[in-house]
Design a protein around this ligand. Structure first.
Ligand code: BGC
Length: 352
C-alpha cells in the first residue's frame, strides 16, 4: 500500500540564525500487479522483460519504489482470474493485465473498481464496452491489429512478382492463425489478404488453421499444408513470428527455398526472424513494438498512480519490416484516443 517515508532531519534554531529544516522525501512505494496471459510466448516475454526493466528505470529516476509482481496465467482464464483477484485482495495499487480472454474481462474490471484499483490492459484489445465500465481508470495500451494485417499484405504485394511465383495470375496462400476470438488473429487474417487482393487475386488453400501462436503448431500446420498442396503454396501468412519460425522449419524440411519458391510473412519482428531476414531466409515481418507498448503502459500506470484520469486508448504504430534496420527500437510518442474518435476512425478507415 501507499506509504510515505518522509525523513525530517534535525531542525536547528540558534539565536540570530535562520532555522534550517532539512526535509528529505524518499518517495512512495507502489505495488504493481502484472498478469501475463502466458509466460511461454516469445513476444510476451520481450514485453514482460521490458516492463520490468522500465519500472526499475522509472524508480531510479523519480525516487519511488515500484514493487512489480508478475504472474503467469498459463493460458487459462480461471487461473488468471484467481491471480487478479489475489492482487486485488492484497491491495495492489495498480493492475496491468494481459488477459487470457479479454471478452471475459468485465467482472475483473468491476472487482478492481470496487477496490479502487485502476487497470491498464495490454496486448489483447478489449471490447469498447469493457473500457466504458470504469472510464478514466481503465485503459488499453496497444497497437491496432488491422495495421499489422495491412502491412503483411503490402509486404507480399510489393514483391516484384506480387507473390505469384508460378505466374498464373493468382497468389495461392495459407494462413496460420492465433487463438480463436483474439482480435490480433482475426484482424491480421482479414487485412493481410484484403490488402494483397487490392493488387492481385489471392486464393486460400483450405481454411486458416489455428496454431494458437505456438511454434510447434505452426510447424505442423505448414508441414501438412505443404504435403497436401505441394508447390501450389506460394505464400504463408502467419499471424505471428513464433508460428512462422515453425513454418520455416517445415519449409526447409520439405526442401523448399524461402524467397525463391515460397514466401513467408509474420508479425512481431522477433530477433530470430530479424536474423533470418538478414540472410534472405524470411520474406518480411511487422514490428509489434513491445518496447514502446511496455514503456507507455508503465507511463500511463504512473499517471493513474498519481490519481490522474486517463484516456481509454493509447496507441503505438506497427512498423513494416523488410530489412533488419526497419526493426530497430526507439522511443516514440503515443497517440491518445477517445472511444468516440476510435469508433469514427475505424469506420472511416476500414469501414467496420
Ligand atoms: C503477438 C503474438 C503473441 C500474442 C499474445 C500478439 O500480438 O503478435 O506473438 O503470441 O500477441 O497475445
Amino acid at each position: 500500500m501507499k506509504r510515505i517515508f518522509v525523513v525530517f532531519a534535525l531542525a536547528f534554531l540558534t539565536l540570530g540564525n535562520l532555522s534550517v529544516l532539512n526535509v528529505k522525501a524518499e518517495g512512495e512505494t507502489y505495488d504493481v500487479g502484472v498478469a501475463i496471459y502466458q509466460y511461454n510466448d516469445n513476444f510476451m516475454t520481450l514485453f514482460r522483460n521490458e516492463l520490468e526493466t522500465y519500472f526499475k528505470e522509472l524508480g531510479e529516476a523519480d525516487g519511488n519504489t515500484y514493487n512489480v509482481e508478475f504472474q503467469d496465467g498459463k493460458n487459462d482464464q480461471a487461473t488468471q482470474t484467481e491471480q487478479l483477484n489475489n492482487f486485488i485482495a492484497q491491495g495492489k495499487d495498480i493492475l496491468i493485465a494481459n488477459l487470457v480472454d479479454p471478452t471475459g474481462a468485465d467482472q475483473i474490471i468491476l472487482n478492481a473498481m470496487n477496490a479502487d484499483i485502476p487497470v491498464v490492459l495490454i496486448n489483447r484489445e478489449p471490447d469498447v464496452s469493457t473500457l466504458e465500465l470504469w472510464p478514466g481508470k481503465t485503459t488499453y495500451v496497444g497497437v491496432d491489429a488491422r495495421q499489422s494485417g495491412v502491412f503483411q499484405g503490402e509486404i507480399i504485394a510489393e514483391l516484384e512478382n506480387k507473390g505469384d511465383i508460378n505466374g498464373d495470375g493468382v497468389v495461392n496462400y495459407i494462413t496460420i492463425m492465433g487463438d480463436a476470438g483474439n482480435v490480433d488473429a482475426e484482424q491480421r487474417t482479414k487485412y493481410s489478404v484484403e490488402t494483397l487482393s487490392e493488387t492481385i487475386k489471392a486464393e486460400s488453400l483450405g481454411e486458416p488453421q489455428r496454431g494458437n501462436w505456438d511454434q510447434a503448431k505452426g510447424q505442423e500446420i505448414a508441414a501438412n499444408a505443404i504435403s497436401q498442396y505441394g508447390e501450389q503454396v506460394e505464400v504463408i501468412f502467419s499471424n505471428n513470428d513464433g508460428m512462422a519460425l515453425g513454418a520455416v522449419q517445415a519449409i526447409k524440411g520439405a526442401g523448399r527455398t524461402i524467397n525463391e519458391d515460397i514466401y513467408i510473412v509474420g508479425v512481431d519482428a522477433l530477433p530470430e526472424v530479424v536474423d533470418l531476414l538478414e540472410n534472405n531466409e524470411f520474406t518480411g515481418t511487422v514490428l509489434n513494438d513491445h518496447y514502446n507498448q511496455a514503456r507507455t503502459a508503465a507511463d500511463i500506470a504512473v499517471k493513474l498512480l498519481n490519481g490522474e484520469e486517463v484516456s481509454p486508448y493509447y496507441w503505438h504504430d506497427y512498423i513494416k519490416v523488410s530489412k533488419p534496420e526497419d526493426a530497430e527500437l526507439e522511443r516514440t510518442e503515443y497517440r491518445e484516443e477517445s472511444i468516440e474518435d476510435y469508433q469514427k476512425r475505424i469506420k472511416d478507415t476500414y469501414g467496420e
